[in-house]
Design a protein around this ligand. Structure first.
Ligand code: SF4
Length: 383
C-alpha cells in the first residue's frame, strides 16, 4: 500500500495578514512541549502500525505553520522520531520523498545543511513574491532577496527538489509585477512551482483592511489576466501543469501531493492534522493547548471529520482526481466502487462536456483548460 505521513507544525514567527491556517507565534516552552507531544503521538501510532504489519510510507511532508520556525534541534528531534517509529518500517534502500516547508525568513546555511543531513530531500519555500512592497502588504517576514538567497542556498547544499510557492492577485500586484516575479523565480531554476491566487478569508487582518478600504486588491479582470498568464507561460517554459495549482519540470511532481489527489491514504500528526485511512477521514484537535495536554494522558485527539457515505466517497474520489492533468481514471473508479463512472455521473459529465469544461476518452475523464479555470463549478456538480 502506498501512503504518506503529514506532520503539522503550528508555529510561525509572525502571522501573515492573509493567513487563516492553524498557526501562531509560540514561545520556546510551547514549542518544546508541542514537540514532546508530537513525538509521543508518533511513537504510539508507530506501534499500532507495526502491530498491524503496515508497509512503510512512501512520502513524508512536514508543513504548517512553519516547520522551520522551530529551533533546528527541535525539528531534528521530530525527524528522528519519525525515523525511529514510522520510517523504521521502511524496506532498506527504498527511495522516499521527504519534504519540509520553509519560510525563507527562518533559515540559514547551517539550518538547511542539518535538514539535508537528516535525510530531507525536498524543500518547499514560501516565497509568494520577490517584490518587497508586496511582501510587506501581506505581512511576510522576509524580503525578496532573502527568498532568492534561501533558494540558492538549498541548491548549493544539494537538495534535489526545490519548490517555490508564488501568489497572484496580491494587493499592489499588477500583471507587470507578477511577470517580474515569475522571471525571477525561473532564473533560480526550481524543479517545481506552486501558484495560488490570494483568497481573502474572513477573520484575517487582510479581510478587515480590505473591508475598511485600506487595501485595494487587483480587480477580477486583472486577477484573471494574471491567472491566464501563469497557466500559459509556465508550461511554455517547461513547467508542466500537472495539477490546477502545481507546475513541475518532468519527473519532479510532488509525490506526496499526488497521493492526496489519487486517493492514497495518509496519517497526519500534530494539532489540526488530517488523516485519511482505510476510507475514513479524521482530524486531530486544532487547539494546540488541548493537543499538548491530551497526548500525555492518552486522551483521544482524533475526531471523525464527516460521515463518509458512499456518495461522499465517490464525489471526493472524482473531484480530487479531476484536479490533476491526468484526470479521473475510469477503471480505478469502477474497481473501487464496483460501478461504472458513467452509471453514476454520466449526466454530470455530459453537462460539463457540453459547457466545454470536461473531456473524456475511453480511460480518463479530465478538465479542459477552461474547466481548470472554473474547476469549482465542475466539482460542485459532482457533489
Ligand atoms: S508563514 Fe504560512 S502558515 Fe505562517 S502565517 Fe504566513 S502564510 Fe500562515
Amino acid at each position: 500500500m502506498s501512503w504518506g505521513v503529514y506532520v503539522h507544525i503550528p508555529f510561525c514567527r509572525r502571522k501573515c495578514w492573509y493567513c487563516d491556517f492553524v498557526s501562531a507565534p509560540g514561545t520556546r516552552g510551547q514549542m518544546t512541549a508541542y514537540v514532546k507531544a508530537l513525538q509521543r503521538e508518533i511513537k504510539i501510532e508507530g506501534r499500532r502500525l507495526r502491530e498491524r504489519g503496515v508497509t512503510p510510507p512512501r512520502t513524508v511532508y512536514l508543513g504548517g505553520g512553519t516547520p522551520t520556525a522551530l529551533p533546528v534541534n527541535l525539528l531534528l528531534s521530530v525527524i528522528e522520531s519519525l525515523r525511529e517509529d514510522i520510517l523504521a518500517l521502511t524496506a532498506e534502500g527504498e527511495e522516499r520523498e521527504f519534504t519540509v516547508e520553509v519560510n525563507p525568513g527562518t533559515v540559514d546555511a547551517s539550518y538547511l545543511a542539518q535538514l539535508k543531513k537528516a535525510g530531507v530531500n525536498r524543500l518547499s519555500l514560501g516565497v509568494q513574491s520577490f517584490d518587497d512592497g508586496i511582501l510587506q502588504n501581506i505581512g511576510r517576514i522576509h524580503c525578496g532577496e532573502e527568498a532568492a538567497e534561501a533558494v540558492t542556498l538549498a541548491q548549493k547544499l544539494g537538495f534535489p527538489e526545490v519548490s517555490l510557492d508564488l501568489m497572484y492577485a496580491l494587493p499592489g500586484q499588477s500583471l507587470d509585477v507578477l511577470q517580474k516575479d515569475v522571471a525571477r523565480a525561473l532564473s533560480l531554476a526550481p524543479t517545481h512551482l506552486s501558484v495560488y491566487g490570494l483568497q481573502v478569508e474572513e477573520g484575517t487582518p487582510l479581510f478587515q483592511q480590505v473591508a475598511d478600504g485600506k487595501i485595494i486588491l487587483p480587480s477580477e479582470d486583472e486577477a484573471e489576466a494574471m491567472y491566464d498568464y501563469l497557466t500559459n507561460f509556465l508550461p511554455s517554459q517547461g513547467y508542466s501543469r500537472y495539477e490546477i495549482s502545481n507546475f513541475a519540470l518532468p519527473g519532479h511532481e510532488s509525490r506526496h501531493n499526488m497521493g492526496y489527489w489519487q486517493d492514497a491514504s495518509y496519517i497526519g500528526f500534530g494539532a489540526a492534522a488530517h488523516s485519511y485511512w482505510q476510507g475514513e477521514r479524521y482530524q486531530n484537535t486544532a487547539d494546540v493547548g488541548a493537543y499538548i495536554a491530551a497526548i500525555p494522558q492518552d486522551e483521544p485527539i482524533r475526531e471523525p471529520e464527516e460521515v463518509m457515505t458512499r456518495e461522499i466517497a465517490m464525489a471526493e474520489f472524482c473531484f480530487l482526481a479531476l484536479r490533476t492533468a491526468q484526470g479521473l481514471d475510469k477503471e480505478r473508479f469502477r474497481h473501487k466502487f464496483g460501478v461504472s463512472l458513467a452509471e453514476v455521473y454520466g449526466e454530470v459529465i455530459n453537462g460539463n462536456k457540453n459547457k466545454g469544461l470536461l473531456v473524456e476518452n475511453e480511460n480518463f475523464c479530465r478538465l479542459t483548460p477552461l474547466g481548470m479555470k472554473y474547476g469549482n463549478m465542475v466539482f460542485a456538480d459532482f457533489c
